[in-house]
Design a protein around this ligand. Structure first.
Ligand code: 16G
Ligand code: MG
Length: 548
């Protein structure tokens, strides 16, 4: 077994002293103030190299991003070979190495991993790297590369990419030359693949009015601009919020998170009735749509609405293709609007599963269906085609001209939708293709069902780790007795539903509430917020005034 180059580790590690801070690899990697991240990112380079060696030299991805967080934050997440999130058992290794207090501790931990996980250090290690537009990204990539040097890993640094592009490239590299080959492992390969599939889907249809696309002043802006020429006149789109030269503007009053949480259009965007608008988040893995109704009301078409549209369309097209062996299922989280779940179950008659928050849970559950549609309400999601479904789609030609057209569309759909991870570019093309095929305005799309009013409230608590949930985060089992108290309040509200869960990304507990009307929803949310804050004196700081 090759040894670890202890001397080089010591020298390099000195460049990245660990601040006194307790790090944790959360739902989407490490994420925090960028200035705290040097040591974490350096050490993540070591873990990435170990992961690659463990997987016999398969390429591991590294994305430096803090998504929809402010520009001063940054983060890192590691990506497994098929473009999935890092296997969850390895999250604990990332956390442990990040918190080691000395070089000796780092070395000990590496030895423990090598022994326990039977990692052969003589194996090669290969890593591919991308980063978003944050100014801190460049320096963090250098720290990561220094980490890779400790174990002599080879790497390709792709510079600025969207998060889903990095996932795509990782998957392409690891499937090249196999029957599952996913495409050319470059941004260009990605653009060509998606554009070709999109053109098939909209061929011969009247073009829709231009889409107005808010890029959150993030990486989506330069990358979507790069993409547009490949789409040619198949898509007409006007980009706004593309200022990546002033980092402070990143995600500021713009982007998918702002629009979803505030339930309003980005600041400064003048909306006109019945035009289509869409927003990416800061790393372009989230997408929401919206429009302004005739009476001036803002209408959000969020991840739930996208899931409903996609499921409806796929069910129809599978039927039109004369295929009856492919079933469609939808995966949601507790945040899905109750009306969307009803629509999926009762109108579309599809099975719906509910899983905990976080892409990895949704993705995993979606692989259980022939075609698994998964979306979080916040706009993260995609559609997965199982190997069996793909085989069926590619071995059928259809016995009538209409069936042949449907089969061709179905194949193109499976190409346009990113199979590695939820991808705002690819989801946007999916929505645009469906709306074009149907010649639908956003208003027609919106008519599938009416959202129940809902509200999200944050409660700052002393220790969020005392909150333990079960049943896909819909019920609390600890602190004891709190769930009964929540249930007693919810019962008093028409169509009331509320749940409380600790955040995976912030030091807070989140309360979700929905009810029949807006005032009832707000009252329910603030009552539960107050209940949590007061319960066993869980709350921290001043009790927020709006809590009832
Ligand atoms: C992360 C997750 C996202 C989830 C969010 C919830 C990934 C790639 N991202 O951003 O899916 O919706 O966390 O945040 O898994 P919270 O735990 O703070 O509510
Ligand atoms: Mg994101």
């Amino acid at each position: 077994m090759a040894a670890i180059n202890v001397e080089s580790l010591k020298v390099l590690s000195e460049k990245y002293p660990k601040p006194s801070y307790r790090f944790g690899y959360g739902t989407a990697g490490f994420r925090m103030k960028a200035e705290l991240l040097d040591s974490v990112v350096f050490r993540s380079g070591i873990v990435a190299a170990l992961r690659s060696k463990k997987l016999d030299g398969k390429v591991i991805g590294c994305m430096i991003t803090a998504s929809h967080n402010p520009a001063a934050d940054n983060g890192i997440k590691l990506v497994d070979p098929l473009g999935e999130m890092l296997e969850s058992s390895w999250e604990a290794h990332c956390t442990a190495i990040a918190n080691a207090e000395s070089n000796e501790e780092i070395i000990d931990y590496i030895h423990t991993m090598v022994n326990n996980l039977k990692i052969d250090l003589t194996k090669p290690a290969n890593v591919v790297i991308g980063r978003d537009t944050r100014p801190s990204g460049k320096g963090l990539v250098e720290a990561f590369i220094d980490g890779l040097k400790v174990l002599d890993a080879t790497y390709t640094d792709h510079g600025i990419l969207t998060t889903p592009q990095l996932h795509y490239i990782t998957r392409c590299l690891n499937t090249a030359g196999t029957p599952e080959a996913y495409g050319e492992p470059t941004a260009e390969g990605y653009y060509k693949k998606l554009a070709a599939a999109f053109k098939v889907l909209v061929e011969g249809k009247n073009k829709l009015s231009p889409l107005i696309l808010d890029c959150a002043n993030g990486v989506g802006a330069p990358k979507f601009k790069e993409f547009l020429p490949y789409l040619g006149d198949a898509l007409s789109c006007k980009i706004v919020n593309d200022d990546i030269d002033n980092p402070v503007n990143l995600n500021l009053n713009a982007g998918a998170d702002y629009v979803k949480v505030q339930q309003r259009a980005p600041v400064g965007l003048k909306t006109a009735p019945n035009e289509r608008y869409a927003s990416f988040d800061g790393d372009a893995d989230r997408l929401v749509y919206y429009y302004q109704d005739d009476d001036g009301t803002f209408r959000l078409l969020d991840g739930d609405k996208i899931a409903g549209l996609a499921a409806m369309f796929i069910i129809d097209i599978v039927k039109a293709a004369g295929i009856d062996s492919i079933s469609v299922g939808v995966v949601q989280t507790a945040y899905a609007n109750g009306a969307s779940t009803q629509y999926l179950r009762n109108t579309l008659n599809v099975p719906v599963s509910c899983v905990p928050t976080g892409v990895k849970y949704l993705h995993h559950e979606a692989t259980k269906y022939d075609v698994g549609v998964y979306f979080e309400a916040n706009g993260h999601g995609t559609v997965l085609f199982s190997p069996t479904a793909l085989k069926t789609i590619y071995s059928t030609e259809g016995s009538t001209p209409a069936q042949a057209v449907a089969v061709r569309s179905l194949r193109a759909l499976s190409e346009v939708i990113n199979q590695a991870v939820g991808d705002a570019f690819s989801d946007l093309l999916l929505v645009e293709a469906i709306l074009t095929q149907r010649q639908w305005t956003p208003k027609v799309w919106d008519q599938a069902y009416t959202d129940l009013p809902n509200r999200l409230v944050k409660v700052v608590v002393k220790d969020r780790s005392i909150f333990k949930t079960v049943d896909a985060e819909r019920k609390l089992v600890e602190p004891a007795g709190l769930q009964d108290a929540i249930d007693a309040i919810v019962l008093k509200f028409r169509d009331g539903r509320s749940f409380v869960r600790p955040s995976g990304t912030e030091d807070v507990v989140r309360v979700y509430a929905e009810a029949a009307t807006r005032p009832e929803t707000d009252e329910l949310a603030f009552r539960i917020g107050g209940l949590v804050f007061d319960y066993n004196s869980c709350g921290s700081g001043t009790r927020p005034r709006e809590f009832i």
